[in-house]
Design a protein. Structure first.
Ligand SMILES: [Zn+2]
Length: 101
């Protein structure tokens, strides 16, 4: 493992930790302030709860999009692999067998 690869791994780990922290704090804020004394008119707590819900929704959509993309790439790779096996059949020329006469 070279230095560049270890840097990428470290950055990926930091991003995952930040994502988990943001989600945890968003859920914690919503849970802890769900029964607040609301003034009903421009309540700052309600606005913060809406922002936290928006963050959670964005992260959820990003995770779903990434999962769908990964599944699509996985499916296409397997489809190409199966197509290669079906279409490119084994032959003597491919095995480099010398054909005399
Ligand atoms: Zn409120």
């Amino acid at each position: 493992m070279n230095v560049n690869s270890s840097k990428k791994s470290f950055m990926a780990l930091v991003l995952c930790a930040a994502l988990i922290l943001v989600l945890s704090f968003s859920y914690l804020y919503i849970f802890s302030n769900s029964n607040h004394h609301c003034s009903k008119h421009e309540c700052p707590v309600c606005e913060q709860i809406q922002i936290a819900e928006h963050i959670i929704e964005q992260v959820k959509n990003a995770i779903i999009t990434i999962a769908v993309l990964c599944m699509t790439v996985f499916f296409i790779c397997h489809l190409l692999d199966m197509t290669y096996v079906l279409l490119v059949k084994d032959s003597l020329v491919k095995r480099k067998v010398r054909l005399n006469n």
